[in-house]
Design a protein around this ligand. Structure first.
Ligand code: BGC
Length: 763
């Protein structure tokens, strides 16, 4: 009898689990928010549920007249009938209030909208582009930068940002590398979590915290040939060990939403990849928030050859776990009929709506739909001096010193007779990058303005335009000046009579970002020729680079004595660069992506596998190019300082298998105080799935006075020593490990240890 009862109980449990799984019931319903969600859900009609799963782009100047005809009129009516759950690209406290009022007052249940926006590296006040911020390796500063962005964005009515982007990328041709954390999953994961914390703060119900969005799930950074939107084909080992970790870190940091992506991943568009969204994200990782499609990525499945038509799009995306549709209009047009015909279960809709409502409750929108709509706060907070100060601090920390021969830098504060050359030196727009849709054009401090604030003993000559033709814009293809060299002579004359030349060269702000892939990675247009021409008359050049991605600059690296990586540093760009050049701040950034020597090397990344023929050997049959070295021009983790650091020998204590201690002492051997980022790398020498030649597993940034030393100890646990096998299981394997603590991925003190077998292996 007892056995029979036990059997019946097991059958009941299995049936319940199966039925929950069939119904895709992966959301919590038994907590306080869950109960409120259930109450509301029970009152909703199918139409209203489908409405929550629909997001429109801002279609109406809300404080202007109500739309009278066409598409905008139809969308406006949808606000009133509860057929819209969210809008994007509506901003301004008054605009947001007006639109919110329409929904809250006129729709039957008055469920507030959630207002999304791309707040990528600031809203009005702009921080450096995310790749540049990542070069700071300063998690507290990065978190603060996202916090400031949230404060400004929330003051203009926005309560949801489509950030952070955490797509790992190894391909500098891909324009969106500027929006991410670089090539490394460990650093990328920590940065993703810091950004999520910054945006969401410690209490989402406050009026200055906003929901974050982990994007783009998944694989978007691995587009073939670095061409945006292109196909992605990656193996399971790369997915689990490289692409997923930052997303897992964001989920652990309680990110409220996730965006899927435009790309096809291993044959399936990510927007309808049930394995990604249901099996991995929602079931395995327990994600409770909602998934939004990327802009029209639903509709694009028709072009991919995956969906027949828009109805099919709604069916595939919803059944696969894409909860809200950005701008495809597939859900709003077809979901109701799909439920009625049985192709989509109402329980699937319920699961999506629960998730969306949960985030709205957690944001406090249900209690006060207008909590972000204060024109006074808006006026007080945008471009606030405190935010400008934070942006300046972040910008200084993001700069990487690539070369400094004979101590050319820093320049003396009373240095006379300086030439400043290059269109970007006087540009107030480019340093804002391309993802600055919330901000105002031409609001960056230019390099010439920044220099003037410290030392105005300089003359400026443009040398050549970077852009050809008319005004530049966010949506139009940029035309680069490839021919006009009429300004060269003036620049050469200026350089001839100067003691030192500062040349500011690189990419226009609209050359990186979405849709802005490049097949060439050199200095665009006539800039390389300008550099070489000026060099002929004056070799004392400080090259300041402005760019949103690694560039190939082998000639400059060989010939120019000082090179400063100045990225696109946002509102305070010029001040930050000037403070570095004149030594008011000692550079401390380290590259988050390898810089190739030539474009033929990409994808290029430090944590690659070894081939079976690592070489070098004297014959031809080893892994190499006949016309280029294998190594990067500047490796991952690289960056100089105005001082020097010496690393002592490693001490390794592996007596406690679960806490392996690796330590070293670092000394500031130069003449000035400086910050260093000490980096710890491991190599698991033999694995059941081959392991990379090196993997970052720890770092610390610290300041040292000249002559001072600091002993650092890193503790390696199974979290750092393990990896995911090809079934997605986290395993830790005993055996030999190499370890290094150093100043970059290619230089440091080395040692090794043996990891003994561990019993407990996590999933
Ligand atoms: C981008 C997303 C962005 C969305 C909304 C898309 O084109 O890929 O990252 O959040 O647009 O602007």
């Amino acid at each position: 009898m007892k056995q029979f009862l036990q059997l019946m109980l097991s059958v009941f449990v299995i049936l319940t689990i199966t039925s929950c799984q069939e119904q895709n019931m992966t959301t919590k319903t038994d907590d306080a928010v869950g109960q409120k969600v259930e109450e509301l859900l029970n009152k909703m009609t199918l139409d209203e549920k489908v409405g929550q799963m629909n997001q429109y782009n801002g279609f109406w100047e809300a404080t202007g007249p109500v739309p009278e005809g066409g598409d905008a009129k139809a969308k406006y009516e949808h606000l009133k009938t509860g057929m819209v759950g969210s809008v994007l690209n509506v901003k301004g406290a008054e605009n947001v209030r007006k639109m919110q009022e329409t929904v809250v007052k006129e729709s039957r249940l008055g469920i507030p909208l959630i207002f999304g926006y791309d707040v990528i590296h600031g809203h009005k006040t702009l921080s450096p582009v995310p790749l540049a911020e990542s070069a700071s390796w300063d998690l507290a500063a990065i978190e603060k930068s996202a916090r400031v962005a949230a404060i400004e964005a929330s003051a203009v009515g926005i309560n949801w940002t489509f950030a952070p982007m955490m797509d790992i990328s190894r391909d500098a041709r891909w324009g969106r590398v500027m929006e991410g954390g670089g090539e490394d999953p460990y650093l990328g994961g920590l940065i993703a979590a810091a950004r999520v914390k910054g945006f969401q703060g410690d209490d989402l119900t406050k009026d200055n915290t906003i929901a974050a969005c982990a994007k783009h799930f998944a694989g978007y950074g691995f587009s073939e040939a670095g061409r945006d939107y292109n196909t992605v084909d990656v193996g399971t080992s790369t997915l689990y060990n490289v692409i997923f970790p930052p997303f897992q870190a964001a989920i652990d940091a309680d990110v409220k939403t996730v965006m899927n992506s435009f790309n096809v991943l291993n044959g399936i568009p990510a927007t309808a990849d049930e394995w990604l969204m249901r099996d991995i994200l929602k079931k395995k990782w327990g994600f409770e928030g909602f998934v939004i499609s990327d802009w029209g990525s639903g509709k694009e499945m028709i072009d991919h050859g995956f969906a027949r038509d828009l109805e099919h799009v709604a069916e595939l995306a919803t059944n696969s776990g894409s909860d809200m549709d950005m701008e495809s209009t597939a859900n709003v047009k077809h979901l109701k009929a799909l439920v009625e015909s049985g192709k989509v279960k109402e329980s699937t809709i319920d699961d999506a709506v629960r998730r969306i409502l949960r985030v709205k409750f957690e944001l406090g929108l249900m209690d006060d739909p207008y909590k972000y709509c204060s024109p006074e706060r808006e006026k007080e907070l945008i471009y606030h001096p405190d935010h400008q100060a934070a942006a300046l601090d972040m910008a200084k920390k993001s700069i990487v010193l690539l070369k400094n021969e004979n101590g050319l830098l820093p320049l003396k504060k009373d240095q006379k007779n300086i030439a400043v050359i290059g269109a970007l030196a006087d540009d107030k727009n480019s340093p804002l990058g391309s993802w600055r849709i919330g901000s105002d054009d031409n609001t960056a401090i230019s390099v010439t303005e920044g220099l003037k604030a410290i030392n105005s003993n300089f003359k400026y000559a443009k040398g050549a335009d970077l852009v050809a033709g008319g005004p530049v814009s966010f949506i139009n293809e940029l035309k680069i000046n490839e021919t006009d060299k009429s300004g060269f002579a003036e620049a050469v004359n200026l350089a001839k009579g100067s003691e030192v030349v500062i040349m500011v060269l690189g990419e226009h702000g609209f050359q990186s970002g979405e849709g802005r892939s490049r097949a060439k990675l050199d200095l665009p247009g006539v800039q390389q020729e300008l550099l070489e021409t000026v060099y002929k008359v004056n070799k004392n050049i400080v090259l300041v680079l402005m760019n949103g991605r690694p560039l190939t600059i082998p000639w400059a690296a060989e010939n120019i004595p000082a090179i400063v990586e100045g990225w696109q540093l946002g509102s305070q760009s010029g001040n930050a660069i000037a403070q570095i050049l004149f030594g008011e701040y000692n550079p401390s950034g380290k590259l988050p992506m390898s810089f190739p020597r030539s474009v033929g090397q990409v994808p290029l990344y430090y944590n690659h596998f070894s081939t079976g023929r690592p070489g070098p050997i004297d014959l031809v049959f080893w892994t190499h190019y006949g016309d280029e070295s294998n190594t990067p021009l500047y490796p991952f983790g690289y960056g100089l300082s105005y001082t020097t650091f010496e690393y002592g020998d490693l001490k390794i204590d592996a007596t406690d298998n679960k806490n392996i201690k690796v330590s070293t002492t670092i000394t500031n051997t130069g003449k000035v105080a400086g910050e260093e980022v000490a980096q710890l790398y491991i190599q698991d020498k033999v694995g059941s799935v081959v392991r990379p030649v090196k993997e970052l597993k720890g770092f610390e940034k610290f300041n040292l006075e000249p002559g001072a030393s600091k002993t650092l100890e890193f503790v390696l646990t199974e979290k750092e020593l393990g990896f995911y096998d090809n079934q997605g299981k986290f395993i830790v394997e005993p055996g030999d490990f190499n370890v290094m603590i150093g100043t970059s991925s290619d230089k440091g003190s080395e040692g090794s240890f043996v990891l003994k077998a561990m019993n407990d292996v996590k999933n």
